[in-house]
Design a protein around this ligand. Structure first.
Ligand SMILES: *[C@@H]1O[C@H](CO)[C@@H](O)[C@H](O)[C@H]1NC(C)=O
Ligand SMILES: *[C@@H]1O[C@H](CO)[C@@H](O)[C@H](O)[C@H]1NC(C)=O
Ligand SMILES: *[C@@H]1O[C@H](CO)[C@@H](O)[C@H](O)[C@H]1NC(C)=O
Ligand SMILES: *[C@@H]1O[C@H](CO)[C@@H](O)[C@H](O)[C@H]1NC(C)=O
Ligand SMILES: *[C@@H]1O[C@H](CO)[C@@H](O)[C@H](O)[C@H]1NC(C)=O
Ligand SMILES: *[C@@H]1O[C@H](CO)[C@@H](O)[C@H](O)[C@H]1NC(C)=O
Length: 327
């Protein structure tokens, strides 16, 4: 009697569990599709950089910036009164960020949700607060060059609206703009533009995408990050913008101090990275590894309107980068 009661209650529990899971899965799928609204909704775990939000109007809160009045960058020239102590930048960052963030390591959703409120204080730390980060559009940041040199921007996941990208182009007249996107087919702002989705490799991938409110299968050209970088042949990227990306694919594996980019002598001076909601685990893995394996510190920790996380990263270690942006 008791036993069969237990059995049927187990069964009940199990069915409730299934029903709840089904709801959860359905909800997640709907969310995923809606997040991109009219755009692509990658189902695959390993497809990346397709989605992008349109940005708010450009603003320019800082004093006018005149690129043409700068002197050429000269690494051999000694700096007498460096504006920033780079060791302090790193120390301030570590001292502030890691103690605050460890309690979220088992709680990725909580980390994304609280990312901005918990970590914003670190922007006021010694040396960090002296870095001249400009917000040129909503949640878009840049440190402008302090000396003249070739300038390169690479955007993974170019948005439909590129007004703010244009502002950067105007501020840095010799900026070479490289970009890729699975969402738009061409760009008038990016002189070197390619239409593909970043993924694990292969020629193309079938994706279920929402187009004009109808779910349909679409073949999307696909390229791996290694392939793309090898093709571009860049050795220095002044700014890398990574718009929301999906899946298990982790950019940080490429960007960390001993990662793929470093092994291929590709230096990045500054980055803006965003992960969408639900990808807190990747964000945590990235931040954890920054304690020991990173040339970057981040600022402007932001929880986005759609529940993702975004931040601005700057290289405090590469002499060419620090000369140009920090010292
Ligand atoms: C760079 O600075 C060094 C030392 O001041 C100077 O000798 C050299 O001419 C400079 N190079 C350029 C290209 O200005
Ligand atoms: C973090 O976010 C969660 C919601 O995901 C909230 O319930 C929690 O109170 C927050 N924790 C802290 C320490 O702010
Ligand atoms: C800078 O760009 C110009 C024009 O593209 C090129 O000729 C030159 O070699 C570049 N200089 C360096 C140091 O990469
Ligand atoms: C993309 O746009 C550029 C500049 O507007 C134009 O020169 C080029 O022909 C276009 N490419 C394609 C494939 O439409
Ligand atoms: C897309 O293709 C898959 C596999 O071929 C199929 O199961 C699915 O129903 C298709 N979706 C649509 C919306 O046609
Ligand atoms: C990277 O640079 C180092 C030192 O300049 C050189 O020894 C190495 O061969 C380079 N590696 C690649 C993959 O170009």
């Amino acid at each position: 009697m008791d036993r069969s009661y237990q059995k049927s209650s187990n069964l009940l529990c199990l069915s409730v569990f299934y029903v709840v899971s089904l709801f959860a899965i359905t909800f997640m799928m709907i969310h995923f599709i809606q997040y991109n609204s009219e755009k692509t909704a990658p189902k695959m775990n390993d497809v990346v950089v397709v989605a992008v939000q349109d940005e708010d109007p450009v603003k320019n809160p800082h004093p006018p910036y005149d690129y043409n009045s700068l002197l050429p960058c000269n690494l051999t020239k000694e700096i007498k009164n460096a504006k920033l102590n780079l060791k302090t930048v790193q120390r301030s960052f570590s001292k502030c960020v890691f103690p605050l963030i460890t309690r979220f390591f088992g709680n990725p959703a909580g980390l994304l949700f609280n990312f901005s409120t918990v970590l914003s204080v670190c922007d006021d730390e010694e040396a960090i607060r002296d870095i001249e980060v400009r917000e040129f559009a909503l949640n878009s940041w840049i440190v402008l060059p302090k000396c003249k040199e070739n300038n390169t921007l690479l955007t993974l996941g170019v948005a439909k609206d590129t007004n703010s990208d244009e502002w950067v182009k105007k501020s840095i007249p010799n900026l070479k703009m490289y970009g890729a996107s699975g969402l738009i087919e061409n760009s008038t702002v990016y002189e070197n533009f390619q239409n593909f989705a970043l993924g694990p490799g292969g020629d193309s991938m079938e994706l279920e995408v929402m187009e004009d409110g109808i779910l349909q299968n679409k073949t999307m050209p696909l390229k791996s990050f290694e392939e793309y970088m090898t093709e571009l042949k860049l050795t220095k990227i002044d700014a890398l913008w990574i718009n929301p990306y999906y899946g298990k694919f982790s950019f940080w594996d490429y960007i960390e101090r001993d990662g793929w980019l470093a092994k291929h002598n590709i230096t990045i001076c500054q980055m803006t990275i965003e992960v969408p909601k639900g990808h807190g685990n990747q964000w945590i893995e990235m931040i954890k590894s920054m304690e020991t394996n990173s040339d970057f510190v981040f600022m402007r920790p932001t929880t986005t309107k759609t529940g993702g996380a975004r931040a601005f990263f700057i290289n405090y270690r590469d002499p060419q980068c620090t000369r140009k942006y920090l010292e």
